[in-house]
Design a protein around this ligand. Structure first.
Ligand SMILES: [Zn+2]
Length: 468
């Protein structure tokens, strides 16, 4: 409505102006250098209007031609940028698809087309990494560390390269830098913990473990377990540092802490009991082993217990083992431990009773079969039956051992780091996947027969096996 009113007002004004000019045409006379123009005021007005319109038109045209190159350049750059981003996207897709050549080609294209090195460098670095060109990858990652927006990605890339080379100390330095940049990154914190553990920096690893728990990157149970292992390592180191004196107090303190954090962690119980026994605190040593046995009987506890109970004679060893076994009477480890000490004490009847109970299942464990063979050989001298038991041992399932959860490496003695893959706290006590992985001597069992005879027995065809 107001627009219409305005329109009519303008038309009204124009009509009024035209009528006014018609009523009072007026006269204009221009005189210049011998020229004379006589006209009306209305005509002069029209001429002035036409000149003004023409001037405006010429000015617009001049502006258009003056700005044209800039506009053309802008359009060309926009097109180029679009192509650059397309190349970048294709490069990233190629990285995800594992097509190294395509990734490198697209990264180069994007680099030429786009003036944004942070974006293209990552794809270039990844492409180089995939191509196995470590030098180029490192060059790109190093360049990335120079810019604040890509520093973390660069450091992360260099860290991966260092870990690939197996350069743990270099990787650890980079991990520390990455950790300063992003302390809440689960990837960085976990890698830093692993690297500190691999380098044996147990105290540093304990601090990182606390950080991991504080940022909720690991749960409380996992944090307690890790700290138990780290405290155990610190205890072992403190014990090694000084055979006597204050340091041993430190060792005991670390081991007590480890046991508190993970009561089922056998190595800490064994080490603490050993230290306490050495200091004459036999009762304390025996008590923690009995508790551990009640929770989860582990064969490594038996010898520590016999030391704690100062059981040296064969009959004392049987009595002490009976006392320990009472804490978990029906467990196969209790029966095996009793069978072994009875065998050592030449209590044939007792030994047979325990071992036959332990061998009651469909597939008796190999070490029970070996002890049964020893029993037959020692008690009755029945070589035939001993061989039968050894045959069964060779066919029985493997005895439990410390098996690395990550790589399957099987060892006789627990350690914080896997010697094969370097995993921290990877060893779990279980039946290894293959019998051949571990020689019997490492399992803590002594074969009843000499090795030569044993291997001969193992070579018998399985058709000769008799049940029982
Ligand atoms: Zn391993």
């Amino acid at each position: 409505m107001p627009r219409a009113v305005l329109y009519f007002a303008i038309v009204g004004l124009a009509v009024w102006g035209a009528v006014l000019l018609a009523d009072h045409p007026g006269a204009v006379t221009l005189q210049w250098s011998g020229w004379r123009v006589d006209t009306s005021f209305a005509v002069l007005l029209v001429i002035v209007a036409v000149i003004a319109a023409l001037t405006a038109l010429v000015y617009r045209a001049w502006l258009f031609f003056r700005r044209a190159p800039a506009r053309l350049k802008w359009a060309w750059q926009a097109k180029r940028r679009q192509k650059g981003y397309q190349a970048l996207t294709r490069g990233m897709v190629a990285v995800a698809a594992g097509d190294a050549d395509e990734a490198r080609r697209q990264a180069r294209r994007a680099d030429v087309l786009l003036d944004e090195p942070p974006l293209t460098m990552l794809v270039s670095a990844q492409a180089a990494q995939m191509n196995g060109d470590d030098k180029a990858a490192e060059k790109f990652f190093t360049a990335m560390t120079g810019r604040p927006e890509t520093e973390f990605l660069g450091v992360r890339g260099l860290m991966t390269q260092a870990m690939k080379r197996g350069d743990t100390s270099d990787a650890l330095g980079l991990a520390r830098r990455a950790y300063r940049l992003k302390p809440k990154s689960a990837w960085v914190a976990s890698r830093m913990f692993d690297l500190q553990a691999r380098e044996g920096l147990w105290l540093d690893a304990r601090v990182t473990c606390d950080d991991l728990a504080r940022h909720r990157l690991i749960d409380d149970a996992e944090a307690r377990r890790r700290k138990a292992v780290l405290n155990y390592q610190l205890g072992v180191e403190a014990e090694r540092a000084s055979a006597q004196g204050d340091a041993q107090e430190d060792a005991i303190e670390y081991l007590r802490e480890a046991r508190k954090q993970a009561p089922d962690f056998t190595p800490a119980v064994v080490a603490l009991a050993r230290l306490w026994s050495a200091r004459g605190k036999h009762r304390k040593a025996a008590a923690i082993i009995e508790d551990a046995w009640a929770a989860d009987p582990h064969p490594d506890l038996v010898e520590s217990y016999l030391t704690a109970r100062e059981a040296t004679s064969a009959i004392d060893r049987v009595r002490a083992t009976q006392r320990l076994a009472k804490r978990h009477p029906d467990h196969i480890e209790s029966l095996i431990a009793l069978g072994r000490v009875s065998l050592e004490a030449r209590l044939w009847g007792e030994a047979r009773r325990y071992l036959e109970s332990a061998a009651a299942g469909a597939r008796p464990p190999a070490r029970v079969c070996r002890m049964m063979a020893e029993l037959e050989e020692s008690e009755t001298g029945d070589g035939m039956r001993a061989r039968e038991w050894l045959m069964r041992a060779s066919l029985a399932g493997a005895d439990p051992a410390w098996v690395c959860d990550d790589c399957g490496n099987t060892v006789g003695a627990w350690s914080a780091l896997c010697g094969k893959c370097g995993a921290f706290d990877g060893f779990v006590w279980r039946v290894p996947p293959s019998v051949a992985a571990l020689p019997a001597s490492e399992r803590g069992d002594t074969p009843a027969l000499p090795a030569s005879e044993r291997s001969e027995t193992l070579a018998l065809p399985s058709a000769d096996v008799k049940a029982g």
